[in-house]
Design a protein around this ligand. Sequence first.
Ligand SMILES: *[C@@H]1O[C@H](CO)[C@@H](O)[C@H](O)[C@H]1NC(C)=O
Ligand SMILES: *[C@@H]1O[C@H](CO)[C@@H](O)[C@H](O)[C@H]1NC(C)=O
Ligand SMILES: *[C@@H]1O[C@H](CO)[C@@H](O)[C@H](O)[C@H]1NC(C)=O
Ligand SMILES: *[C@@H]1O[C@H](CO)[C@@H](O)[C@H](O)[C@H]1NC(C)=O
Ligand SMILES: *[C@@H]1O[C@H](CO)[C@@H](O)[C@H](O)[C@H]1NC(C)=O
Length: 265
Amino acid sequence: MYRYLLPVIALAATVSSHCTRQGLTEAVDSYLTAQTSGQTTEFKARFDNSTWLGYYENAVKKDISTGIINTPLLVTHNKTLLDTVNCMTYTEVIANDPKDPHTIATQLKFANHKVNRVDSVVVKPGDWLFNITGYSYWVTQEDWSEIPPEKRDTRDVIKKAADAYLDLFNNPNTTVPWGTPCVRLEGGLYGNPGPNGTCNVGVPSGVPIGNRRYVVDETFGAVDVLVDFGNSKWPDSHEFRIVNGKIRYVHTMTHCGIPNCGMRC
Ligand SMILES: *[C@@H]1O[C@H](CO)[C@@H](O)[C@H](O)[C@H]1NC(C)=O
Ligand SMILES: *[C@@H]1O[C@H](CO)[C@@H](O)[C@H](O)[C@H]1NC(C)=O
Ligand SMILES: *[C@@H]1O[C@H](CO)[C@@H](O)[C@H](O)[C@H]1NC(C)=O
Ligand SMILES: *[C@@H]1O[C@H](CO)[C@@H](O)[C@H](O)[C@H]1NC(C)=O
Ligand SMILES: *[C@@H]1O[C@H](CO)[C@@H](O)[C@H](O)[C@H]1NC(C)=O
């Protein structure tokens, strides 16, 4: 009779053998090493070529050999979210090099414990409110520490908070779980970091935000969403920190290819 149990055990093992924080972290380290050195061989050895979906920069599919990952960048900050349910990662990369400043928002997607999509928003001077000094400084002033297990929001709460914020741009009647304070870091421009700081300022209307790709990490109460921003579908990353169900920080990077996205500040 035991032999009938074996397939059940095998199935359970398959179902539970999804990605681990350690496995995802190793791949992200490999990605960062590549971006720091410009050497991609070791990173590419982690690709699942049989299910390969592509290397994307600013929503354009490219041959990885033509990507920014081949250019060594002085990486001065990195922060990663790990999504062990969807087997994806998000990394916020800052290269605060006065000679070649960038911020990069990269999601890695996995299949069979290997990377099968690289999806980056790559931002540099001229992009929306870009200010490497501001971006580099303000991230050090925020608390993105791990949230104690008993205080963690569910994935659903975290994702819904992000969706409410993104929906607000196209429907002013959306109820958003604003935290107090809530501060937005937009390109490099920072909101009011004081006790009354609010993110409910400067939100335009009539701006649909579509093609949302989520990476949720409950341990940090955080979610990154890569999106097509507005009717022009600008490649954009919105990352949120949610504490007790409320939005505390929003980090945005937007690439539009024309200075400040053609807008005046
Ligand atoms: C996947 O293909 C690339 C060439 O595009 C190669 O460099 C890499 O080693 C391959 N990865 C694996 C795991 O075979
Ligand atoms: C990424 O950040 C961690 C600290 O959070 C640091 O230990 C590591 O060296 C950084 N990696 C790179 C490539 O800068
Ligand atoms: C960039 O950000 C820094 C720090 O917030 C600020 O002091 C500086 O004035 C900003 N530069 C521009 C051009 O806005
Ligand atoms: C928002 O609510 C107002 C008042 O109820 C309504 O007139 C308007 O159509 C609503 N807008 C949207 C986009 O649903
Ligand atoms: C915050 O708002 C409260 C209530 O309006 C006000 O009393 C307080 O002075 C404000 N604090 C700051 C730092 O602006």
